[in-house]
Design a protein around this ligand. Structure first.
Ligand code: OSB
Ligand code: MG
Length: 378
């Protein structure tokens, strides 16, 4: 495999509903699409860095810089056969995992197409069991203006068939919201995501949540902490799920070693790519720790890759991979992912590669900037 041309496209897409987290309100989704050309094949990847460095330090701007000035020049024209060799080419680059993951995703699409298999099948190569055909999913609900509006929104998603609800929380919009939700929906599988908005001084607040029968509390404490998470987990019956503070397979191992959490949310972008995502999956599987696939408000390109990842054996909890219509009026792929309401699943694409068809007109409509990189001619 030799990638001889790469195209970067910076998109800005209007979200159907504004998405509010403890780190801010988002109405548009910026992202970078990576298109990699190799021997007649075309692979697509999505870089999930946000426009502002709030969830992580990366932004669409830093990711563009890393891709254009470091990662693409290193990879263009190099010969490699499997993803591990591609990963090795840029292993010296510290951090910038979302930038790396976007490029790596396009390479996965290429190798799966080359081998004539779906991305799910390609990712599942090391395992005895085949990938799942449908994966369990839930919905992540941003902070709403009022408790009543949150309850109405939850009711709508339950009506649509979603079997797991995740609520974003922030200081002042937490215990009351969660308690009201539990009262209104006594049976619903429910979890909270704080996106690092709290400190250990809030341990009492989280202890009170132990009565709410939550599936887990995601990333309550600092984005770069595992120590204080372990101190908090020791005081809670509810499992802590780590998101922001696990950026590498090694960090996942350290977090589990000190019981900083009992579940891990795996996002390929956060951890440097599908390769590293699978390594974390394997590590957790070996220790009997369940994982689920997180979301970053992806387009259909990133969503297809997340569905493939979530089809692996230890993704035993519902992922933040909702139907297309939850995010976009118009997506950049022709397929629309729909919820199988009977069992709150989405069907994993089974055509070779990513298994989606890019809607070039939609891409053009949302493009802010576009650049082509080719091997320097000899
Ligand atoms: O913390 O999981 C998160 C979106 C952007 C940044 C961080 C997070 C999220 C989500 C969205 O929760 C989940 C989805 O894509 O539906
Ligand atoms: Mg999260």
């Amino acid at each position: 495999m030799k990638i001889d041309r790469i195209e970067l496209t910076h998109l800005s897409m209007p979200l159907k509903h504004p998405f509010e987290t403890s780190f801010g309100l988002q109405t548009e989704r910026e992202c970078i699409l990576v298109t990699a050309y190799a021997g007649g094949l075309v692979g697509w990847g999505e870089c999930v860095a946000l426009s502002r460095p709030a969830y992580s330090y990366e932004t669409t701007g830093t990711a563009w810089h890393l891709l254009a000035d470091t990662l693409i020049p290193v990879v263009l024209g190099q010969g490699w056969q499997e993803i591990g060799e591609l990963v090795a080419l840029t292993a010296w680059v510290r951090g910038h995992r979302m930038a790396k993951a976007g490029l790596q995703a396009a390479a996965w699409d290429l190798v799966a197409q080359r081998d004539g298999v779906s991305l799910a099948t390609k990712l599942a190569e090391p395992y005895a069991e085949p990938p799942r055909e449908r994966v369990a999913v839930g919905v992540s609900i941003g902070i709403q203006p009022t408790v009543e509006e949150t309850l109405a929104r939850i009711a709508g998603f339950l009506e649509a068939g979603y079997g797991r609800i995740k609520l974003k929380i922030k200081p002042g919009r937490d215990l009351e919201l969660a308690s009201a939700t539990r009262r209104a929906f006594p049976e619903v599988p429910l979890m909270l995501d704080a996106n690092s908005a709290y400190t250990l001084d809030d341990a009492d607040l989280f202890r009170q949540m132990d009565d709410l029968d939550l599936l887990m509390i995601e990333q309550p404490l600092a984005h770069d902490d595992i120590y204080e998470h372990s101190r908090l987990q020791a005081q809670l019956a509810t499992p802590i799920c780590l998101d922001e503070s696990v950026e590498t397979p090694a960090q996942a191992g350290w977090a589990l070693a000190i019981d900083a959490g009992r579940v891990i949310n795996i996002k390929p972008g956060r951890v440097g790519g599908l390769w590293e995502a699978r390594q974390i999956h394997d590590l957790c599987r070996g220790q009997g720790v369940p994982v689920w696939c997180g979301g970053m408000l992806e387009t259909g390109i990133g969503r297809a890759a997340n569905l493939a990842l979530a089809s692996l054996p230890n993704f035993t909890l519902p992922g933040d991979i909702s139907a297309t219509e939850r995010y976009w009026e118009r997506d950049v792929v022709e397929e629309r992912f729909t919820l199988n309401a009977a069992d709150s699943t989405i069907t994993v694409p089974d055509r070779p590669g990513l298994g989606v068809t890019v809607d070039h007109k939609a891409v053009a409509r949302y493009t802010l900037k576009n650049q082509v990189f080719e091997m320097a001619s000899q």
